[in-house]
Ligand binder design. Structure first.
Ligand code: ACM
Length: 424
């Protein structure tokens, strides 16, 4: 953090501090598929994480709306897939604009950011979200990836869940996926690799004769199993590598809807759906012997609106995920003792459908990231919102010194009073 300590002096008595984090996984996820923030902003995010002793940066690099990492064997992924014909994303009454939009990280950029993160004791977990959320990749290589290559495919200009998913039954699509992973592994020298797996509609597989035949051949009538069978092949490819190049795989919780016996036993499920007790999908994963990370949409999607004030900029949600709601989330609520070891930790997620500028990213992130960081570090019995809210106010000079934008609501006495916020 660019915080000039030489400008002030302080003295402290000798003390002994006995402290340790509650969770080993203290994560933050940034979606750059929908909007691209660039190297300088990612470094700023890493600084903010480090200042909060957060140690896992989950980098969501691919989406229907954009592919953001250079892959040398497949240059069209960025020549085509990193560009789209709309800066903002259409949704409901909102039509896409017609502005050219693009952005991606070269492999040199990635190495620079990985080194920057390592210096701050942060592991980067890259996510290549396959086989759903892949419309940008399908538009780049329809002849390999599309279920219907004869039809037109474009990088998506809308929000939502696209049905234009990869044809997992095409051996060339599996080969392309493992080729991509072969390039990713040396770039990210950390133990985990995230392969996504959320929100993957099976409509196109159901219409495709190659997919139907493969489903028969694996003896299933659940189209989700095609996805699991696809991961099985990727996992086998990774397992055949030398030990230093192997990675533990992470998936979103939808993967549990398929036959997970096809996957290695050491996978981790990121649970975003499901209400307490601690969240249902995570508990199901733990019962199946997998590891789990809690990333509950409500309230840990900190791109959502954080106040009900009418002046609040447009983002997802109704404003109920305010600082207090985020702080008061109780991780591990109701987890039986015999499953507790399976829970690796917690993570805040940031999706960027509505978030185009770094300023808005920062505004939504802070101070809610502080609330998640405290839950990740501090035992539940030592946490108290009133105390936190008083302490969080001391963060303001640090945020100002770092040139970081933030939501002002909780830095004034009445967070529901717009004129008090404006006057501050
Ligand atoms: C997700 O929110 N689709 C993981």
């Amino acid at each position: 953090m660019p915080y000039d300590v030489s400008r002030s002096s302080a003295s402290l008595p000798f003390v002994t501090i006995v402290d340790k984090p509650r969770f080993g996984w203290r994560g933050f996820m940034l979606d750059e598929g929908r909007h691209f923030f660039g190297k300088d902003e990612v470094k700023k995010v890493l600084d903010m994480m480090a200042a909060h002793k957060m140690n896992r940066f989950h980098w969501h690099l691919t989406e229907d709306q954009g592919w953001r990492i250079e892959i040398k064997q497949y240059p069209l992924l960025t020549q085509v897939g990193a560009k789209r014909k709309s800066k903002s994303l259409g949704w409901a009454q909102l039509e896409p604009d017609t502005l050219d939009y693009d952005g991606f990280y070269t492999q040199d950029d990635i190495r620079e950011i990985v080194a920057y993160a390592k210096d701050r004791f942060i592991h980067i977990v890259p996510e290549i979200d396959i086989p759903g959320h892949t419309q940008a990749a399908v538009a780049s290589y329809p002849e390999i990836l599309a279920c219907d290559p004869e039809k037109p495919h474009e990088v998506w200009r809308y929000q939502g869940v696209s049905t234009d998913v990869m044809n997992v039954s095409n051996p060339a699509a599996v080969k392309m996926s493992t080729d991509i992973i072969d390039e990713l592994i040396p770039l990210f020298p950390f133990p985990y690799l995230h392969l996504g797996g959320d929100e993957c509609p099976t409509d196109k597989w159901e219409q495709n004769s190659q997919c139907r035949a493969q489903l028969d051949s694996i003896g299933s009538d659940n189209f989700r199993d095609l996805q699991l069978n696809f991961y099985r092949q990727i996992a086998a490819h990774i397992a055949a590598k030398p030990k230093s190049e192997q990675r533990h795989l992470i998936f979103w919780n939808e993967v549990l809807h398929g036959n997970t016996d096809m996957l290695p036993s050491d996978i981790t499920i990121m649970a975003w759906i499901g209400k307490q007790p601690a969240e249902k999908a995570a508990m199901e994963a733990a019962r199946r012997g997998m590891n789990a990370i809690l990333t509950p949409q409500i309230p840990y999607y900190i791109n959502r609106r954080q106040s009900k004030l009418a002046t609040e900029p447009v983002s997802q949600g109704a404003g109920t995920e305010n600082l207090e709601a985020v702080y008061n989330y109780v991780p591990m609520n109701g987890v039986p003792a015999e499953l507790a070891d399976k829970y690796m930790g917690i993570q805040a997620n940031f999706w960027s459908e509505y978030v185009i500028t770094p300023e808005f990213l920062e505004y939504l992130m802070m101070p809610r990231l502080s609330a998640v960081a405290e839950a990740a570090w501090t035992p539940q019995e030592c946490r108290d919102y009133t105390d936190f809210r008083n302490r969080i106010r001391t963060l303001k000079p640090m945020l100002d010194a770092a040139g970081w934008n933030y939501a002002p609501h909780e830095f004034v006495n009445d967070p529901d009073n717009q004129s008090a916020i404006d006057a501050d």
